[in-house]
Each structure stands twice: as structure tokens, then as C-alpha cells.
Design a protein around this ligand. Structure first.
Ligand code: COI
Length: 354
């Protein structure tokens, strides 16, 4: 196979695809035949290769395991009815990946390795893209530090990889959400805007406690007063209040600049909603709920796409919603899916043909 960039390609002898069913497949459990791997050494990226998906051989001292210089992205590829494959907005994830890299004192990854490497990998494993509604191929680019030194400092060597996982819906049902008042996800000056592994590790205790109490996820609040709303679980959050879609603003650097968030803003505008990206407190939300103006609450993310929230609990105040009556989130999801599955023209240039 010839490559536009210098990528060494080794194909599997026998595909694993017949070992699993691609229908209703759980998120992130199965991986395709191939993966991409590149090394950063002596100030440059080298050894770029696509090869059979396989374990890594690493020393126990690698810095990422100890100090968490590890970042990732989540992107999806879709298949249309004619079998054409598309990747949704990968250039936006590429940019965010390098923003995360800079925040974590890691080298940036060149565009050709990230973008063309991903395209070639997806093309090789195209038959793994499930061709069913709400199914896709989840693309996971990631980078971690590999120096075999346990001194605390930025590594001099790194590995960049891309793996692929066929997937069905992330959340199957509307969610119950607990408004978090004790634990925090991010503070100004921290790393909340970057997609680094530690943000997810740090979220697990609060999420586990919420689950124990009967909730699916937490709605994070600000670190100082626990009153400004940030993100829900691993997603950005939207509130439909009257004729306006409100979502927390990005300027404090405490929430992720979601690609699905940005897509939702564009499509909600197209649907006639006013958009407010601003600070919003839990009291604002409760007041909107009490006055009957809070119509819908939903999360947006690559893995989860659009996830309806049927209950929000803050202290003793519970907001319950009859999601079956909702019009906005389902319409938003449909419009986004119509673009992703190539059922309508992509007026925004979001779909990159593989
Ligand atoms: C994504 O939506 O891609 C995410 O990052 C969530 C993931 C951690 C499952």
C-alpha cells in the first residue's frame, strides 16, 4: 500500500471481525484489526506505523504511569447507506489535541500524522464501522510520556497512538443527574479544558458515589462556591430555557470545548433558538424550573452524542422532566445524525470522506 506520508504498514493475516457482532455493541470494549503508533524521540516524531492491534511492551518506570502526562481525543466515523465512510470534524479534535498537549508540556503532533494517519487507519478497518442507527466507529487518538525515569519533569520521549473501537449508543436511557457540591472537576488555571487522562481519573469517586445514590452521573459545579454549572459527567450540558439554549461558557478554562457542543450550537441556531454561552448558576436553573421556563436539559459529547436528562437533584430540590414530550433534543439529535449518516447535505463541511 502506498502512503501520502511515510507510514510503515503491516496488515493482519486474519481479521478478527467475524469474532464479534457489530449490533448493539457496548462502548469501548472491542478493537479493530489495526492501530497506529508513532514515537517522539530526539525532538522529532518517527517510526510512524500502522500494524496489527497488539499489546505494548513498556517498562514499569514510564513517566505517564506515575505523573499522568497522558492526553486523548474521541472522534467518530460513520457509514452511510451506500457504504461510504466519513469522519466527523476530525480537524477540530486535532486542534484540541494539540491544545491539550501544550497544557501538559507534551510535544504537538504534526497534522499529517494525526489526520492522514487516522484516515488511512480508518480506511484499512472500514469494514468495522457498524452500519446501524446510533452506531459508529469510535476513534481514540492518544499520547503519553515514555521516559523510563521517575523524576518529576516533562518526558523527552512520547508515544502517539490511534486505536479504533466499533460502538453502539453510550447511554441507552435518559439519565438521572446529581448536582455535585463537594467534589470538583476543574478550577480556573487548572486543566479542565484539556482532554488529559487525570481529569477522568479525578471524576471517578464523585461519579461512583452518585451511582450508589441511584444517579447516572454528576453535574459538576465550580470549585469555589459550588454554584456555577460546568459539565455533566463526560459531556457538555445544555439547558433549553424559553426560546434560548443556554450552555456554560468556555472562558474560564474549566470545561472542555466540545466538538459536539459546537455542532449543537450551530444546529440549535439553525432550529431558531437564541444561544447564550454564559455563566449559569444552579439557582438560575431552579428559578427557571419553578417558573416553568426550563423545558429541556441534555448533555452533548462525542461518545454520548445527545443524552437526555430526565432528573436533576440539587440538595432536596428535584427537577423531573417528561422527556417523551420533548421536541428540541430529539430534533437536534436527528439533524446531527442526518448529517453524520450522510442523509442530508453537509452544509458545514463537517464530514471528511475516508
Ligand atoms: C468522548 O465523548 O469522546 C469522551 O471523551 C468521553 C469518553 C471519556 C468516553
Amino acid at each position: 500500500m502506498t502512503a501520502a506520508i511515510d507510514i510503515n504498514i503491516t496488515k493482519v493475516i486474519t481479521s478478527k471481525i467475524n469474532e464479534i457482532s457489530l449490533e448493539n455493541i457496548p462502548f469501548g470494549k472491542y478493537f479493530t484489526d489495526h492501530m497506529l503508533e508513532a514515537d517522539y524521540q530526539d525532538g522529532e516524531w518517527k517510526n510512524v506505523e500502522i500494524k496489527p492491534y497488539q499489546p505494548l511492551l513498556l517498562e514499569p518506570s514510564i513517566a505517564a504511569l506515575h505523573y499522568g502526562q497522558a492526553i486523548f481525543e474521541g472522534i467518530k466515523a460513520y457509514k452511510d447507506e451506500d457504504g461510504n465512510a466519513f469522519i466527523f470534524r476530525p480537524a477540530d479534535n486535532f486542534k484540541r489535541f494539540n491544545v491539550s498537549a501544550e497544557r501538559m508540556q507534551m510535544p504537538t503532533v504534526p497534522e499529517d500524522i494525526f489526520m492522514e494517519g487516522m484516515r488511512m487507519l480508518v480506511e484499512m478497518d472500514k469494514k468495522w464501522i457498524p452500519a446501524m442507527a446510533d452506531h459508529s466507529l469510535y476513534i481514540r487518538p492518544f499520547m503519553f510520556s515514555t521516559d523510563n525515569v521517575i523524576g518529576v519533569k516533562p518526558s523527552e520521549t512520547y508515544k502517539f497512538m490511534i486505536i479504533l473501537s466499533p460502538t453502539g449508543p453510550y447511554y441507552n436511557a435518559p439519565m438521572k443527574i446529581y448536582v455535585e457540591e463537594k467534589y470538583t472537576r476543574a478550577a480556573p488555571g487548572g486543566v479542565g479544558f484539556s482532554k488529559n487522562a487525570g481529569n477522568y481519573g479525578a471524576s471517578m469517586l464523585a461519579t461512583a458515589l452518585a451511582k450508589k445514590a441511584g444517579y447516572d452521573q454528576v453535574l459538576w459545579t465550580d470549585a469555589f462556591e459550588h454554584k456555577y454549572l460546568q459539565e455533566v459527567g463526560t459531556m457538555n450540558v445544555f439547558f433549553i430555557i424559553g426560546d434560548t439554549a443556554v450552555t456554560p461558557s468556555l472562558e474560564e478554562g474549566t470545561i472542555l470545548s466540545g466538538v459536539t457542543r459546537d455542532s449543537a450550537i450551530t444546529v440549535l441556531q439553525e432550529m431558531g433558538f437564541k444561544i447564550e454561552e454564559r455563566k449559569i448558576t444552579i439557582d438560575d436553573l431552579i428559578n427557571a424550573h419553578k417558573s416553568g421556563a426550563l423545558f429541556e436539559v441534555f448533555g452533548t459529547g462525542t461518545a454520548a452524542t445527545i443524552s437526555l436528562i430526565k432528573e436533576l437533584k440539587y440538595k432536596d430540590y428535584v427537577m423531573e422532566f417528561d422527556v417523551d414530550q420533548w421536541k428540541t433534543a430529539p430534533e437536534l439529535k436527528k439533524r446531527l445524525n442526518d448529517i453524520r449518516y450522510n442523509k442530508v447535505p453537509d452544509n458545514y463541511g463537517w464530514m471528511i470522506k475516508v
